[in-house]
Design a protein around this ligand. Structure first.
Ligand SMILES: NC(=O)CC[C@H](N)C(=O)O
Length: 231
């Protein structure tokens, strides 16, 4: 299974994503520059965190127009796995691959600390190695993580089981609607989340709860391709 880590000017979690793929599942992975126009060789696309284009205008608002984003949209349409983390989540909402928007944190401050999340939907390609309702420890680091959508969109998210992660009740760090920390598209092959699983793959980092996101992706891909599942 082959992974692409997209790199924009200002990305700063690309190396962590690359290393996370190498260290957790040992699959081939490439950095792919934002000007790329062909992602056909990749099975999964990681859109990493950072400050693409300096967060000018609005986080993700400029990156969304990078040439590679046409290919990311194409990959999503083909059913490939697309994971946007933090700035990556913001870019995927700006690109229309995920509904809603990420507003400034209600504190108006950049928040950088560990966060407890509830796995709301473990029936996705990204979360199949977690238990439903499991509480996991994954760090956050953002200034615009306050998820918002209108009532009709929220009703749709709930009806289709598209809320993947919530901040643990009482521990919402940014004011996001209904404690939403991560969502998926209707088809379930695109996930966006503000917390950083790639920063939680070893106890040395404070938590290894992020590791199972990567093993989940490989597991889902192997199931799709009929190969033996051995993590
Ligand atoms: N770590 C990140 O990806 C940060 C995303 C974005 N720059 C923000 O502050 O919200």
């Amino acid at each position: 299974m082959k992974f692409a880590v997209i790199v924009f000017p200002g990305s700063n979690c690309d190396i962590d994503c690359y290393k996370a793929v190498e260290d957790t599942i040992g699959q081939p992975v490439d950095y792919v520059w934002h000007t790329a126009t062909d992602l056909s060789e990749y099975d999964a696309i990681l859109v990493p965190g950072g400050f693409s284009y300096g967060d000018y205008l609005r986080c993700g608002a400029i990156a969304r127009f990078a040439p590679v984003m046409n290919e990311v949209v194409k990959a999503a349409e083909q059913g490939k796995f697309v994971l946007g983390i933090c700035n990556g989540f913001q870019i995927l909402t700006e690109a229309g691959l995920l509904p809603g928007a990420l507003l400034r944190n209600n504190s108006m401050k950049f928040r950088c600390h560990s966060a407890l999340l509830e796995v709301v939907n473990n029936n996705t390609a990204f979360t199949n190695q977690y238990s439903q309702g499991e509480i996991i420890d994954i760090p956050i680091a953002h200034g615009e993580g306050n998820y918002f959508c209108d009532d009709a969109t929220l009703a749709q998210l709930k009806a289709n089981n598209q809320i993947v992660f919530r901040y643990k009740a009482g521990a919402n760090p940014n004011g996001s609607l209904e404690d939403i920390a991560g969502i998926c598209n209707e088809r379930g092959n695109v996930v966006g989340m503000m917390p950083h699983p790639e920063r939680a793959i070893d106890q040395l980092l404070g938590s290894e709860d992020g590791k199972r996101m990567f093993t989940s992706i490989l597991n889902a891909w192997r199931e799709q391709h009929g190969a033996a599942v051995n993590g």
